[in-house]
Structures are given as C-alpha cells and as structure tokens.
Write a protein that binds this ligand. Structure first.
Ligand SMILES: NC(=O)c1ccc[n+]([C@@H]2O[C@H](COP(=O)([O-])OP(=O)(O)OC[C@H]3O[C@@H](n4cnc5c(N)ncnc54)[C@H](O)[C@@H]3O)[C@@H](O)[C@H]2O)c1
Length: 347
C-alpha cells in the first residue's frame, strides 16, 4: 500500500505545540543555512516559478514552484496570492500547499499545508540574510507592511539580532494596530502613521518591507538619509512591475538576491542590470561572507523554490518523529500494476 502523509493545519499545530515557535524558527533558519551552504546547482534543480495571473474574478495568481534534489525528492509548491483576500474574504493573501514526491517511484510522499510554512521560510530566509548583512548589534527594526509576512520577518530577525524596538507602518492603520497582538515576541512596538514613515526609515538599523503594493505603485517609502549600515529585507516585490525600495537606494546598495534570474524578472532587481547584483544568498552563505555589515545592503527576496523543499522536509521530519498527520491512500496501488481497474472493481 502506498500512502501519502497529509500534514494539515492540525498536524502543523501539533508540531509547533511540541517544538515551540522559537525553536522551529531557529531550526528553519539553520536548515536554510545548511541547504544554502551545500547547494550545488549540478545536484539541485530549482525551476523559476511560473503560473496563471488574472484580474477576474479577483486580482491574483496561482503559481507553482518546483525543485528537485538529484537522488532525493521533488517538491512542488502551489501558491495563490490574492491581496484582497484578508479584507474582502477573511482569508490570507498567500495560500499554499507543497507536495513531496520520491524520485525512485514518483510516489506522492506528503502533501503539506504550506501557508504557515511559506511565512516561516520567508522569515527564516530574511533571518539568514540579516545575520550576514546587518550590523551585529542592531536593536531597532522597521517594518513597512504589517500583514502576515511581517510577523515572521520580525520573528526571524529577532532570532539573529538583539531587537528591542520595532517600528511598524501599514497603509491600512487598522492592520498596523493589530500587529502587536499577532507578534509572539516581547519587544516594544511603535506604530507609525503616514507622516511618521520618513522618520521610521531614518532611524532603523534593519528594515523589512512586506507590502501588497500593486505593480507600478511602488516604492513604498522614499529615499531618506539613513543609519549607516542599514540592512533591508525586501520581501514584497515578487511580480513584474512590483517594487518597494527606491531605485536610488537599490543602485547604491550591495544587493543580494535569493535567485538572480527571478529577482531581475520580478523582484527589486528589476530596476538593476545583472552586473549591479551581488552574489545570490546561497553563495554569500557558502562563502561565509559577513564583510558588508557596514554598508547599505538589500536582500532581494522573491521566494526560492529550494526553500519550500527544505520547509516541507522540516515539517515531514517532525511529523514522522511525532507520528502526526493523516496517512491517506491518494494514489491507487493495484496488486497487478498492469490493471488500473482492479482497485475500483467490486470486492
Ligand atoms: N519573498 C517571498 O518569499 C514572499 C513570500 C510570501 C509573500 N511575499 C509577498 O509579500 C507581500 C506581503 O504578503 P503578506 O502575506 O504579508 O500579505 P498581507 O496581505 O497579509 O499584508 C500586506 C500588507 O501590506 C499593506 N500595504 C499594501 N500597500 C502598502 C504600502 N504602500 N505601504 C504600506 N503598507 C502597504 C497592506 O495593507 C497589508 O496589510 C506580498 O506582496 C507577497 O506577494 C513574498
């Protein structure tokens, strides 16, 4: 019998109950670090995402993000992004599932709720970048866009830097107002209004931008004098025309993309030439290069498919260890592999 382990929300909750959110974030950061350090383009194929983009019935997209580790597994994340979901339908903007397949048989090993895992790994990727690129003693973190991703951004950054104060701005003051209640951390949180946005940019040591700004409506803040060594995790730009960071800052900054090809097509790097980019994050990690902490730096995060493989395997490893999840027969396995009707024949 071939079974597929389904990791639904209840299974993820059981994992978090057992492991704890801080430890799980630490482990996600560490697994990304290890995965990046070991990344070998000859062994791991991470195909740039593609998908369907539409304006009706609601502005949105459904994309798929495939990765294969040679001799290991194939993971395929399908992810929807519908920015009016939270305010109009009571649903997250980003909703995802990841399937893992074994490469001996093609069998579907697991199917995992990846809405939580996407937020976790996106935060963790910024944690990895922040650790190499931000001043070591940074205590003040700014956030522009206070939605779902903002929570894991702040969480992850606070695991790698001694954050004491978070200044948060959202174009929707009601969302900014609920931020502190959603944050699983004991830090001082100050909410900035539109007038306070310049002040926020001028006074933070690390800045995370994670907005649902529409294509061609960016940037989401203006180029202001900033603290030397400012590090920006630019997370929201992941679509052609969508940008959050002023071009003048991108041109000055040491820019680290998660995937250069993807960032030039749909990330902050759309405004740059390829030769204006620094190394990809995995290369920076592999080199252990922390020599840019005194410079203006940008981690251009568009979401890399390898991160989703690593996140799904993290969840599956914990599920196997704890015996959580539901085993389902999703793929017919007849005794006679040449008889597809066997499994539906009356017994
Ligand atoms: N890089 C990655 O790997 C990755 C992963 C997941 C999501 N994302 C992207 O991150 C962004 C945020 O995702 P989310 O799940 O947090 O969405 P969300 O809808 O939960 O939150 C987005 C927030 O941005 C605010 N906003 C919109 N325009 C703004 C502006 N100009 N200034 C300030 N705030 C503004 C909205 O009011 C909302 O509160 C999306 O663009 C999404 O595509 C990237």
């Amino acid at each position: 019998m071939a079974v597929t382990r389904i990791l639904d929300t209840a299974a993820l909750r059981a994992i978090v109950d057992e492991v704890g959110l801080d430890s799980l974030m630490d482990e996600m950061i560490e697994r990304l670090r290890t995965g990046f350090r070991r990344f070998d383009p000859e062994q791991v194929t991470a195909i740039d995402r593609t998908g369907f983009w539409y304006e009706k019935p609601a502005l949105g997209l459904v994309e798929w993000m495939p990765t294969m580790e040679a001799g290991g597994r194939v993971s395929i994340k399908t992810v929807g992004y519908h920015p009016t979901n939270p305010t109009q339908r009571g649903l997250p903007s980003v909703m995802a599932t990841t399937s893992l397949h074994d490469t001996t048989t093609g069998r579907l090993v697991s199917l995992t709720d990846a809405t939580f895992l996407t937020a976790l790994r996106t935060g963790a990727a910024s944690g990895v970048a922040t650790d190499l690129l931000a001043p070591i003693d940074a205590t003040v973190l700014g956030v522009v866009g206070a939605g779902a991703q903002a929570i894991t951004q702040v969480h992850a950054v606070s695991r790698v830097r001694p954050i004491e104060r978070v200044v948060v701005y959202d174009a929707d003051p009601e969302i900014a107002a609920t931020f502190v209640a959603r944050l699983p951390l004991d830090v001082a949180v100050v909410t900035a209004d539109a007038e306070g946005l310049d002040h926020l940019v001028e006074n933070v040591e690390i800045l995370c931008t994670c907005t649902s700004v529409e294509p061609h409506a960016g940037p989401v803040f203006v180029d202001r004098p900033h603290i030397p060594g400012l590090h920006i995790n630019a997370v929201g730009a992941d679509f052609p025309g969508k940008t959050e960071v002023p071009t003048s800052m991108m041109v000055q900054a040491f820019v680290v993309p998660d995937s250069a090809r993807q960032c030039l097509a749909e990330g902050e790097a759309q405004v740059l030439r390829p030769d204006q980019l620094g190394p990809e994050l995995w290369e920076l990690v592999a080199a252990g290069d922390a020599s840019h902490r005194q410079e203006l730096t940008v981690f251009d995060s568009t979401g890399w498919a390898l991160e989703d493989l690593i996140a799904a395997e993290l969840a599956l490893d914990h599920a196997d260890r704890l015996g959580v999840g539901v085993d389902a027969e999703l793929q017919a396995v007849p005794v006679d592999p040449y008889d597809p009707y066997e499994v539906v024949r009356p017994r």
